[in-house]
Design a binder for this molecule. Structure first.
Ligand code: SF4
Length: 254
């Protein structure tokens, strides 16, 4: 018998059980900082943030996930660090709440075709997107498929801050997709420009070019966060928040 078949029989199924069960394996997510109430010194922790994702009002430190790159500077090596969330369900729906017509119908729930375009990413988000198509995450079991052509795509994934050279290709891919079509911004750069944009060579994410329906914060977001974004798009998972603590002024817009 083929040795790969034998190995498979010996080890059994290793694919993650998410979303049916919570994934608890070690190293599955780098986590994100959580806002917190504190009477201690707040200026030290806020000033350590290289992307101005932290701010404080009164006794509350809050985190803006459109800018956080989970660099751990607000957690490690300081007094009074922020709390840390080890989860991975970070994706947030931007349009659906205001516009119900943006919801994908039931037919897409288990049949979604995805086109990915690199908008000038550093490579980190691309590497995580690659993982969702591999045996451990295996998006095929969820009815999600990567397609090489925009003509077959229902969803466009974009990573990176959108460099000048990629503005036209992204727009062309988006225009070539049939309706209904949706867009997911993967990672902090695609949401806000991150540490690269806006600059002389790039946009501040995709929002000035095409409308994002779902955003997945992180630098890079782990594969399970990207899968959460896809599940959110077909109403199989609820939305997270773009701020911590969750904003009381309603949803944050990009
Ligand atoms: S982990 Fe996020 S909030 Fe904390 S210092 Fe880094 S970028 Fe700022």
């Amino acid at each position: 018998m083929n040795k790969w078949v034998l190995k498979g029989l010996k080890t059994g199924i290793k694919t993650t059980l998410y979303p049916d069960k919570e994934e608890r394996s070690l190293g599955i997510s780098p986590g994100l900082p959580r806002g917190k109430q504190t009477t201690g010194d707040k200026t030290q922790v806020v000033s350590r943030c290289p992307t101005q994702a932290l701010k404080y009002t009164g006794e509350m430190i809050s985190v803006d996930y459109t800018r956080c790159i989970h660099c751990f500077r607000c957690l490690r090596g300081i007094n009074n660090p922020v709390d840390w969330d080890k989860g991975y369900e970070w994706a947030l729906s931007i349009n659906e709440i205001d516009d119900l017509s943006r919801k994908f119908g039931k037919a897409f729930g288990h049949s979604l075709h995805i086109r990915f375009v690199d908008g000038g990413a550093c490579g980190a988000c691309i590497s995580e997107i690659e993982q969702i198509n591999k045996p451990y995450y295996n998006i095929h079991r969820l009815g999600f498929f990567i397609t090489p052509t925009p003509r077959e795509a229902d969803v466009l994934l974009v990573a990176g801050p959108v460099t000048d050279h990629m503005r036209l290709p992204i727009k062309k891919v988006y225009d070539a997709m049939p309706e209904p079509k949706r867009v997911i911004a993967i990672g902090t750069c695609a949401i806000s420009g991150g540490i690269f944009g806006p600059s002389f060579a790039s946009e501040a994410g995709i929002s000035n070019l095409i409308p994002a329906d779902v955003v997945v914060p992180g630098c890079p977001p782990p594969p399970l966060s990207i899968i959460h974004g896809l599940l959110l798009l077909v109403s199989r998972k609820p939305s997270a928040s773009l701020t911590s603590p969750r904003s009381t002024e309603g949803r944050k817009t990009l």
